[in-house]
Design a protein around this ligand. Structure first.
Ligand SMILES: CC(C)(COP(=O)(O)OP(=O)(O)OC[C@H]1O[C@@H](n2cnc3c(N)ncnc32)[C@H](O)[C@@H]1OP(=O)(O)O)[C@@H](O)C(=O)NCCC(=O)NCCS
Length: 182
């Protein structure tokens, strides 16, 4: 049985902050996240304060109970209320837990959650050089929207950011009737 078959996904809890921050910092160090500076415990606390049952934070837990992955649905263009049906996606695996199906498990669960919580689209952003992220998202049917040129500065160098998206609903989201599509 592989690690993904023995792993479970659950809602993140405040006791997971250190593990989550550690996993995100590994991604930052390997240039897998769109940040340059390491995150702190305070950043982790802020994520909990800006997420809730709808904008969910999930963790992947291995058979021994260790948190080895983190994924979330985040606010998309929070300054615009008309965009509240769209979420952005984060997915990070601890280095020792990558390429074993856990990212696939996390994204599956995030999409299931999004469909059940009145999101009709998910947007993801990644560095064009991030082959793992692009492969994972491509497997789920995300299409490349485009590439923002010089959207980040990493190690003193302008870096492009690729934007991908996936429509979750086959048609128009039926307003006022959460969770269903017409
Ligand atoms: C990218 C990431 C989330 C993928 O999760 P994962 O658990 O490693 O991926 P999975 O095992 O579910 O594999 C999903 C697909 O991605 C591919 N993949 C994963 N890592 C890869 C890599 N480094 N290079 C090329 N392909 C990769 C797998 O081969 C698989 O494709 P396939 O089924 O067509 O063969 C994970 O590797 C990670 O956290 N990386 C560092 C942080 C990061 O880049 N996060 C994404 C930010 S947008």
């Amino acid at each position: 049985m592989n690690i993904a078959e023995r792993a479970s996904i659950r809602a993140a809890a405040p006791r997971d902050i250190d593990a989550i921050v550690g996993i995100v910092n590994e991604a930052i160090a390997s240039r897998g996240a769109l940040d340059e500076c390491p995150k702190t415990r305070e950043d982790g606390k802020l994520w909990f304060s800006t997420h809730d049952e709808r904008y969910v934070m999930l963790v992947a837990v291995d058979a021994e109970g260790h948190v080895v992955g983190f994924g979330s649905l985040n606010r998309h263009l929070p300054e615009h209320d008309a965009c509240s049906g769209v979420a952005t996606l984060w997915c990070f695996l601890a280095s020792g837990a990558q390429r074993r199906g856990l990212g696939t498990l996390l994204v599956s669960e995030l999409e299931r959650h999004a469909r059940n919580h009145a999101f009709h689209k998910i947007v993801a952003r990644t560095f064009p050089a991030n082959r793992g992220s692009r492969r994972l998202l491509r497997n789920f049917g995300y299409r490349v929207v485009g590439v923002h040129k010089r959207d980040a500065v990493i190690d003193g160098t302008y870096t492009d950011i690729m934007v991908l998206e996936k429509l979750l609903s086959p048609g128009h989201y039926k307003l006022g009737n959460p969770g269903t599509f017409e």
